[in-house]
Design a binder for this molecule. Structure first.
Ligand code: GAR
Length: 189
């Protein structure tokens, strides 16, 4: 069974949605480790499930590369096949990305290649687009630019604000991330 390692920085709702699908058999995979660069809600959730849950404090490292090398070491020590970025809000260095070629997935709350980077939902509202959405893609050296695996679209409603649009997109994130992992995992089986 494919071994997943999760990286996140916050709320952990995407991790939770994926893990639920592992538990109910929708996704044939094993969550072997959950790592966060913050004392995050995501770690609380993974601890509640009895998963190996690791906080790595970036302050303890002299460079981003050294921090990423530690992440790689931890993931490799758990035999991770596929790295799942789930709200990981730190830019990965080549040290990390080159350690897992074609084996890192990310979810981004926009229809890439539109609205890369921070606050994509606000960027969408500011641009006045009528449709927004989310994208699961492979992670490459260029931010939010790797090959797209799956997307889902939502309408932007006239009275939307950043919060209401983000919620509508998040509901779709919770569905397509599992579907995208299934597609990628199928290539390893
Ligand atoms: C999600 O909306 C995810 O798409 C976004 O952070 C949120 C994390 O929520 N990720 C990015 O913006 C990455 N560039 P979660 O912690 O509840 O899954």
């Amino acid at each position: 069974m494919i071994k997943l390692g999760f990286l996140g920085s916050g709320r952990g709702s995407n991790f939770q949605a994926i893990y639920k699908n592992i538990l109910n058999g929708t996704l044939q995979a094993e969550a072997v480790v959950v790592i966060s660069n913050k004392q995050s809600k995501m770690l609380e959730i993974s601890e509640e499930h009895g998963l190996s849950s690791v906080f790595i404090d970036p302050k303890g490292f002299s460079s981003k590369e050294e921090f990423d090398a530690e992440l790689v070491k931890r993931l490799e020590s758990h035999g991770v096949d596929l790295v799942i970025l789930a709200g990981y809000m730190k830019i990965l260095t080549p040290v990390f990305i080159n350690a897992f070629p074609n084996r890192i997935l990310n979810i981004h709350p926009s229809l890439l290649p539109s609205f890369k980077g921070l606050h994509p939902q606000k960027q969408a509202l500011d641009a006045g687009v009528k449709f927004a959405g989310c994208t699961v893609h492979y992670v490459t050296l260029e931010l939010d630019s790797g090959p797209i695996i799956m997307q889902e679209v939502v309408p932007v409603l006239p009275d939307d604000n950043e919060d209401s649009l983000s919620k509508r997109i998040l509901e779709k994130e919770h569905i397509i991330y599992t579907e995208a992992i299934k597609i990628v995992a199928g290539k390893y089986n």
